[in-house]
Design a protein around this ligand. Sequence first.
Ligand code: CAO
Length: 573
Amino acid sequence: MATSKMMVPDMGGAVDVEVIEICVAVGDVISEGDSIVVVETDKASMEIPASIAGVVKSIALKEGDTCSLGDLMVEIETDSTPDKGKEAEPQVLAQAEVQVKVEMAVEPLAAVIADAPVQAPVAESEHALEQLALVPDLGGAVDVEVIEVSVKVGDELAEGDSLIVLETDKASMEIPVEFAGTVLQINVAEGAKLNVGDAIAVLASTAEAVVPEVMVEVKAVSAASEALAPVPAVAQTPVAAPKAAQAPNVSVATNVIVAKVEPAAEVVNSGTTGTVHAGPAVRMLARELGVDLSKVPATGPRDRLLKEDIQAFVKQKMQQPAAQSMQGHGIEQPPAIDFSQYGSIDRIKMTKVQRITAQNMTRSWLNVPHVTQFDHADITDLELFRKGLKAEAELKGTKVTPLPFMLKACAMALRQYPQFNVSLDNDGEHIVQKHYINIGIAVDTPAGLMVPVIRDVDQKSIWQLAEEVIVMGAKAKDKKLMPADMQGGCFTISSLGGIGGTAFTPIVNTPEVAILGVSKADMQPRWDGSEFQPRLMMPLCLSYDHRAVNGADAARFTQYLAKVLGDIRHLVM
Ligand code: CAO
């Protein structure tokens, strides 16, 4: 038996954070990952999970206390019976003032490193460091699936090389390595579910060590030192955390025993029910079950939502008459057909992006009363101007398509008609008016449709927008979009103008309330009052949520777009 002290880990730099819940009692048998305490900053609540299993011997914190990095949380009695051996030299790994003394190195990441074979690159260079490549911030996504491991042991990697490909609900993304080095060990496999801070691989790196945020000292307890395990040799090699700028909240060293902070659970402002307090596990359950947390009555201390609250809410919904909860999804599925009876077929698994797109489209199509308004913009003069920019664009190393002009015109239209820059609250009683203008652009990629968001379009020049369209389009096609790149949109443009077609009816990208479809401009005869003139006409197809927007407003919106695109001097008005 041994006793371990579990300390407060790095909480993203937050100090004096209030303890709002103690999740364990003395005598509790806990497993690794069980919540020990819940803390709450002014921005988020976080569950701090146990990094080791054992029996709670004492609890140093109580509700209402404030705590900071390195404060003692609990003492845990573990049944580990380490080998006898020499006591590890305490290692000071960084500059932080706080030193967390831990009695036994049994933290999972530490174990990973301790087991890592020390391979040639380390031995060959006295400057070589074993560094952990960790999962970076995934924009709040959790349990993200590994769909590809792009490296193998022995590979020499340059900074920025792809380690793995992850697939979230919204996108596939490559996770690059933050430093050059040789792959010593790979800690993940295809199909694994990863979270921020999880170890991807161990690399031997000659890169300058990046000082971890947290300094941790591991020390066998002197009184019982003979009974304790020596820190394995490899564990004495400092393992640097990723570069501070990209470092997740978890700081890592080979011999660190620090409870890992779960990705901060966001505090949802529901508008109707006030702030929702719920830990990550509860939020995950709610997401799995499709439950809107703001609708669930909380019964926990200080109005915290408990798992039981979610379960009770779902049970109650299930008992309601089917018609009340159908929202269009109760439509009978078409019958399954064995197509092979008619000829040769292949059954191909959809990518996650395709599956999620299908779900989102269905949800939007069934929930949103769609109307599409058609119009044309005369872009003859715009095209003359745009083509005149070609040489300047080449000098700048960029390219200007009609899309940046459309983005700018839509930003102006959203300012002019703010009823298009809203989302409908799920309570059916409120509209959320947005005062920022972020516009998504639909990008066609081999993995499926992705919609990166260009922020603050109203504040950017045509050159900046042209550049961002190129960068975002390339990131989408190269699977390099991060979840944050696809969040926060107010309106979407789906441009099929580079491909063709005369018109289409795009589906509103909920919770937005309108989307502009653009088809290919072509020459058409236009009557100028005395004769027909050949004019380059671009088809505009504005689909909107008729709950938020009236038909007359939609007609005004597309007329306004046609005016601005027809004479782009309006863009500077
Ligand atoms: N009319 C005529 N020509 C157009 C046009 C329009 N409305 N829009 C673009 N073009 C031209 C461009 O000027 C370019 O020609 P030049 O090279 O001669 O200048 C050419 O078409 C190709 O443009 P592009 O598609 O490469 O660039 P873009 O900025 O117009 O679009 C992007 C970028 C990322 C939006 C686009 O590549 C894309 O993925 N489009 C598909 C969107 C989609 O799938 N929508 C459907 C969603 S619902 O299923």
